[in-house]
Ligand binder design. Structure first.
Ligand SMILES: Cc1ncc(C[n+]2csc(CCOP(=O)(O)OP(=O)(O)O)c2C)c(N)n1
Length: 662
């Protein structure tokens, strides 16, 4: 295609995006109009994809990190021939039940690789995709699985802190398949970037170990040269495309005003005049549309050739491709789970649940080559690295353990990218208190329904002397509020094995909250996974009980000690272990009521954290023991005394309440 062919295609794309936003009555025309030339060159000359097969393993990935520019992604899908992205869908931008929601959503719109909208997340997720690509190309061969990841990111994405973590990691790992097309328009919502930023973005990326290229983002030949160069490099590449936001709008381009509002009737008419475009909205000259369609057809042919060559490959490789393309969930066999539970029940010594988790990981590594471990510089403390692990590095793509560095947010986003590729299940560790640093990416994992496992250790004041900065208080409660995220807090080695099993079987994200301090083994049975209902009766008195104590994690053994003391005081108590409140909430009301002993017994909860979720479960008449202020620097046993979480303090409070309300 000639330069003028590309220019016409870019104009069609630019006008279409402006018309889509105009038709919607709201949205963001500035970014798509500014980046139309870059997008055209990328899709016409470089991007490998098949619109009819968005699941193709070897396709290049396009991540629109500036998710507000969603019109661009949808328009590209339509123009290149996606069968689901019809013209009608483009006309329904931002409408209810359309395939064209305000920001791109993975799993909702075929062809959208990643949910984007929170700035910076797309870029950081793409780093995980580039890690997964290296692993896949190493496993299956470059010809079968190699692909590139192209990201469009604006000033906003690159200002966000997460871009620093993600880009530094990508540079360190030399993720050469990653190319970021920076929409360098120097405008954000409040105005010119100069009012808030003086940084040298290119210098920054260079210092991370990236190649940087600066081009005129409206010069199709220069863009083409830059992309040509980027794919030859042995490191990630940032192409800073100097663009004019809203390019083509005669009075509004170049200003913040066009970032997030439709152009308006007079401006859009004037835009048509300026661009010499006489066609009505959504009416495309057939010759230009044909050119766009040919980009998709080129990819279609490439996929066909690829399919012919992989058809001659062995059965196991073809099965692996089918697994990835169908996004078939990866999980160990039932025998592996059974063996892990049986090992756990034999370990009689008291052990921190983080150590029991490491025991599980040691057993999983051998049978799960698709499991990718990692930690944000706390491998030893989190117990995330097994003896059989080897580190993934720029020189060792076969490694199955990621050293994320002290980059919790970058780690969580990269895990999303790894999970999105569909070939691996990532797990990553840090302290529970630092889940705050991961939270925006955890939320996106939940929104996308990704199988990602967070190994969050040091899960309460029980971590002791490191003090209140390290002691989570509100974290369990707040993580439980994220829809679709399962928060597991196992009480002993058997529950740890069960919760790992449940996390690996769940097609969504899971948190494993694990103790630093030792806990005794509470269970002697491991035949069935009792954690699967979220909560179960651990110890009961025959017949009627006066008190039901529900607890999680390290507080379950405290609940058992409380029960002993109550027994001595003539009060019969049931202990319910609740390793996962989310799963318990999914049970029927009847099952839950039965577990909690109906209306008569006094309901009690013990968890060393905010008590809100327990009050919601047990009702306003319940007694809830927890932590309602920040912790302190002292030994775990001193802190449990200080926060009235010792068996004696709890038993006394229960007896006192019962004497008032027998
Ligand atoms: C984490 C986050 N913070 C704030 C926003 C709201 N927001 C959307 S776009 C934008 C400005 C982005 O500027 P830029 O990347 O330069 O985009 P452009 O104006 O060039 O389209 C902001 C603040 C967001 N989507 N995500």
């Amino acid at each position: 295609m000639t330069k003028s062919d590309l220019a016409e295609m870019a104009t069609l794309l630019r006008v279409l995006c402006a018309d889509m936003v105009e038709n919607a009555g709201s949205g963001h025309p500035g970014m798509p109009m500014g980046m139309s030339d870059v997008a055209t060159v990328l899709f016409a000359r470089h991007f490998k994809f098949d619109p009819e097969h968005p699941e193709w393993l070897a396709r290049d990935r396009f991540v629109l990190s500036s998710g507000h520019g969603s019109a661009l992604a949808y328009a590209l899908l339509h123009l290149t021939g996606s069968p689901t992205m019809t013209l009608d869908e483009l006309k329904r931008l931002r409408r209810k039940d359309s395939l064209t929601p305000g920001h791109p959503e993975f799993g909702h719109t075929p062809g959208i690789e990643c949910t984007t909208g929170p700035l910076g997340q797309g870029l950081a997720t793409a780093v995980g995709m580039a890690i997964a690509e290296r692993k896949l190309a190493d496993e299956l061969g470059e010809a079968v699985a190699g692909h590139r990841i192209f990201v469009m990111a604006g000033d906003g994405c690159l200002m966000e802190g997460i871009s620093h973590e993600a880009a530094a990691l990508a540079g360190h790992l030399r993720l050469s398949k990653l190319t970021v097309l920076f929409d360098d328009n120097a405008i954000s919502i409040d105005g010119p970037i100069g009012i808030t930023s003086s940084e040298d973005v290119l210098g920054r990326f260079e210092s991370y170990g990236w190649a940087v290229i600066a081009v005129d983002g409206h010069n199709v030949e220069k863009i083409d040269d830059a992309l040509e160069m980027a794919v030859q490099l042995d490191k990630p590449c940032l192409i800073a495309c100097r663009t004019r936001i809203g390019m083509g709008a005669p009075t509004k381009s170049g200003s913040a005003g066009i970032h997030g509002s439709p152009l308006g009737t007079s401006e859009i008419t004037a835009m048509r005049e300026t661009l010499g475009w006489s066609h009505a909205p959504f009416d495309f000259p057939p010759s230009i549309l044909e050119r766009w369609r040919s980009c998709g057809e080129r990819g279609h042919a490439a996929r066909r050739d690829w399919a012919v060559s992989v058809a001659t490959e062995g059965e196991s490789l073809r099965q692996r491709i089918a697994q990835i393309e169908a996004r078939q969930p990866l999980q160990p066999s039932e025998e592996v789970f059974q063996a892990i539970r049986e090992t756990a029940v034999k370990q009689l010594a008291a052990k921190a649940t983080r150590v029991s988790s490491k025991d599980v990981i040691e057993q999983l590594v051998a049978s799960c080559p698709w499991l990718l471990g990692g930690s944000a510089d706390l491998s030893g403390s989190n117990g995330t690295r097994a003896g059989a692990h080897s580190d993934f590095s720029r020189d060792h793509a076969a490694g199955n353990y990621l050293r994320y560095g002290i980059r919790e947010h970058g780690m969580a986003a990269a895990m999303n990218g790894i999970a999105l590729t569909g070939a691996h299940v990532p797990y990553g560790g840090t302290f529970l208190v630092f889940s705050d640093y991961c939270r925006p990416a955890i939320r996106l994992a939940a929104l996308m329904g990704l199988k990602v496992i967070y190994v969050f250790t040091h899960d309460s004041i029980g971590l002791g002397e490191d003090g209140p900065t390290h002691q989570p208080v509100e974290h369990l409660a707040s993580l439980r509020l994220i829809p679709g995220l399962r928060v597991f807090r196992p009480a002993d080695a058997v529950e740890v094995a069960e919760c790992w099993e449940l996390a690996l079987k769940y097609n969504g994200p899971s948190v494993l909250a694990l103790s630093r301090q030792d806990v005794p083994l509470l269970r002697a049975d491991a035949e069935t996974n009792r954690s699967s209902s979220g909560g179960y009766i651990l110890t009961d008195d025959d017949g009627q009980v006066d008190v039901v104590i529900a607890a999680s994690g390290s507080e379950v053994s405290i609940a058992l000690a409380v029960r002993e003391q109550l027994h001595a005081a003539g009060c019969r108590a049931r202990v319910v272990s609740v390793p996962c409140l989310d799963l318990l909430e999914e049970q029927s009301d009847e099952a839950r009521e039965q577990l909690l002993g109906g209306a008569d017994p006094l309901r009690v909860s013990i968890e060393a954290g905010a008590t809100l979720p327990w009050r919601a479960l047990l009702g306003p008449a319940s007694l809830n023991f927890g932590v309602h202020r920040f912790g302190a620097s002292a030994s775990a046993s001193e802190l449990y005394e200080l926060f009235s979480l010792s068996p004696h303090a709890i038993a006394s409070a229960i007896v006192a309440r019962r004497s008032v309300q027998p």
